[in-house]
Design a protein around this ligand. Structure first.
Ligand SMILES: [Zn+2]
Length: 165
């Protein structure tokens, strides 16, 4: 690709003007607007829907505008919300069990039986998602979003960085 460069100039000497991002990515879900739940994480698959508008036409009779598009962006990304907490759902004001991610990690280090119970509950909920779980909230916002589901008497919360923002 250096055939049009002046003699003595190599691609390493110059900045590229094309091929880099020319726009703010416009992220939208790929296929569906809920995440995949697996591996103690809620994972959103998104693609950029940006396309360059190279022409517009107005149909005066129907008062409609048509767009002709040029280049499109084909970037995709995966975003991961880690499990931030598990709470037992009870009618009491104070649930019997409320475990943050730190608590869960500590149980794992201690080899506690409760860790296995919690992980089993998480895996069951993730396999049942979305149809056989109650979806309390799905908010994909990168910074303050969260995914909250209920299953088998537990509430599971997934947050960006597992809640340690
Ligand atoms: Zn893009």
């Amino acid at each position: 690709m250096s055939r049009n460069l002046p003699p003595g100039v190599t691609p390493a000497d110059i900045d590229r003007h094309f091929g880099g991002p020319t726009h703010e990515h416009e992220w939208e879900p790929v296929e569906r607007d809920y995440p995949i739940l697996e591996d103690m994480a809620a994972i959103f698959h998104e693609r950029c829907v940006w396309a360059e508008v190279v022409n517009t036409y107005t149909d005066r009779q129907r008062d409609e505008v048509y767009y002709e598009y040029g280049r499109e962006c084909d970037e995709t990304r995966w975003r991961r919300f880690d499990l931030a907490y598990v709470t037992e759902l009870t009618r009491d004001e104070y649930p019997e069990l409320r475990l943050d991610r730190d608590d869960i990690d500590r149980l794992e280090e201690q080899g506690a039986e409760l860790f296995d119970t919690v992980v089993e509950a998480v895996i069951e909920a993730e396999q049942a998602f979305p149809n056989e779980t109650e979806v309390a909230e799905i908010d994909p916002k990168p910074e303050q979003g969260q995914v909250v589901i209920h299953h088998n008497g537990y509430e599971f919360g997934y947050e960006p960085n597992g809640g340690d923002a």
